[in-house]
Design a protein around this ligand. Structure first.
Ligand code: UD1
Ligand code: CA
Length: 458
């Protein structure tokens, strides 16, 4: 959309959150609120997005980077005062400006588009996005006359008892004629219950100047939730969780219990994959088709192929191939790369390691800083001894090797292709190809020894 600008209000401390973290930085489904807002605004194709920063300015700027320009609001004197800070960047421009609060993470691009379209159709100087709230407590109210025309809007704290009964609320998203907006901002006063410069007062000012104002009602209140405290934060989280789950279900993913499944906004999941209850999928995770993600699995920032099963396990910053099984109760730590047809069984930890096609680590093992070839079998209780208290060292296990149970591979060490490590060995030297390595004391049997001990029968 040409000649369209956006302003995001993100300078407040968020006193009601009672938090050391600035309000707009609180995550909803794993992503800070203000980032959701800016992502959705990007969908509009605005010429410029200006974010008003104040509390935590640096953190917000680091997060949003070059996707926005920034204006600094030194003192938080109210939403009108916040918008005014964008004057230097936008003041002189002809066009339409959409203003969105950084604490409304659920607002969709489509709704903002509809708001702008309505604004243009009606030729209004200001259009306010409204919604009908079951419980409107805390929101500004929209007061209409008998013919349904908006006559004014009033903040909750300034509203009469009668006005507080009104369920139509100001969502905090507006569309303005850019020049009219900055001209009106100069006239906003702070003679109200909170002693603040209210942005919604611009509507009244334009009205008193006989300018056309309009309201666009969205039918989905949940989209306009403004997060002021942790109770509403949980409501926003639940609404977004539902939205994300429904998107994936519509794309062919089975989610056994959507209320108990947590999926980040940026996750991608292939069709016919099944998510069982308690699954958490975080970050930029990509899961292929026909996978089963078993109960209470936690997958963060990882890529998983097709037809893979992850059962009650934790996977972070790693890549897992197709037809692979992980768990139950396995921990795949960052920078691991498991190929296709790999099996990682119960109580196995893998860290910063590569496992080749068809390799198996089925029980109770630690594989860290290792390069494991294909078709390797690591027996129960085996450990790559990668740390001497100071430095980490690499273990290389070449293709087709067999590591007997309870072996210690003291790194740096290489186990040659097709070699066999006898159970219970502590390997400190490289093992050549196709060799058997035994590194344990020999067993000695002392026959008849027990009878010599003269032990009392119990
Ligand atoms: C605001 C609206 C209210 C609306 C509600 C919708 C005003 C006066 N009231 O109330 O009508 O129903 O949003 O959610 O606008 N901010 C700044 N600088 C400031 C003050 C606020 O950047 O000086 C930012 C905050 O960081 C926040 C946003 O503006 O992201 C809204 O401020 P907030 O204090 O949450 O306003 P509400 O009381 O929710
Ligand atoms: Ca708010």
């Amino acid at each position: 959309m040409t000649n369209t600008y956006a302003i995001v209000l993100a300078a407040g401390q968020g006193t009601r959150m009672k938090s050391d973290l600035y309000k707009v930085m609180h995550p909803v489904c794993g992503k800070p609120m203000v980032e959701h807002v800016v992502d959705h605004i990007k969908g509009l194709g605005a010429d410029k997005i200006v974010t008003i920063v104040g509390h935590g300015a640096e953190k917000v700027q680091d997060l949003l980077g070059e996707s926005c320009s920034y204006a600094f609001q030194e003192e938080q004197l109210g939403t009108a005062h916040a918008v005014k800070q964008a004057e230097e960047l936008l003041g002189g421009l002809e066009g339409t400006t959409i203003v969105v609060c950084g604490d409304t993470p659920l607002i969709k691009s489509e709704t903002m588009e509809a708001l702008v379209a309505h604004h243009r159709e009606t030729g209004a100087k200001a259009t306010i996005l409204t919604a009908i709230a079951e419980d409107p407590t805390g929101y500004g109210r929209i007061i209409r006359d008998a013919n349904g025309n908006v006559i004014r809007n009033v903040e909750h704290k300034d509203a009469s008892q009668e006005e507080q009964q009104v369920k139509e609320i100001n969502t905090g998203t507006y569309c303005f004629d850019n020049k009219a907006l900055f001209a009106s901002l100069k006239k906003v006063k702070n003679d109200n219950a909170q002693g603040e410069y209210y942005l919604p007062d611009v509507i009244g000012i334009l009205q008193s100047e006989q300018e056309t104002i309009a309201a666009y009602v969205t039918d989905d209140f949940s989209e306009t939730i403004g997060v002021n405290d942790r109770v509403v934060l949980a409501q926003a989280e639940a609404a977004m969780r539902k939205r994300i789950a429904e998107k994936h279900m519509r794309n062919g993913v089975t989610i056994i219990n959507p209320e108990q499944t947590y999926i980040s906004v940026d996750a991608e999941i292939g069709r016919d994959t099944i998510l069982q209850p308690g699954v958490m999928i975080e970050g930029r995770t990509i899961i292929g088709e026909r996978c089963t993600i078993g109960p209470n699995s936690h997958i963060d920032n990882s890529i998983i192929g097709n037809e893979t099963t992850i059962h009650s396990s934790v996977v972070r910053d790693s890549k897992i191939g197709s037809h692979t099984t992980v768990g139950p109760f396995a921990h795949i730590r960052p920078d691991s790369n498991l190929s296709d047809n790999v099996k990682i069984g119960n109580f196995v930890e893998v860290k910063k390691s590569i496992l080749g096609e068809g390799s198996k680590v089925s029980h109770l093992s630690y594989i860290g800083d290792a390069q494991v070839g294909s078709h390797v079998n690591v027996g129960c209780g085996s450990i790559t001894v990668n740390y001497d208290g100071k430095n980490k060292f690499q273990t290389i296990i070449e293709d087709d090797a067999f590591i007997g149970c309870n072996s210690n591979l003291v790194a740096p060490v290489t186990i040659g292709k097709g070699s066999f490590i006898a159970a219970g060995s502590t390997i400190t030297k490289n093992v050549p190809e196709s060799s058997l390595a035994i590194a344990r004391t020999r067993q000695e049997n002392k026959e008849g020894y027990i009878s010599k001990l003269n032990l009392k029968k119990p």
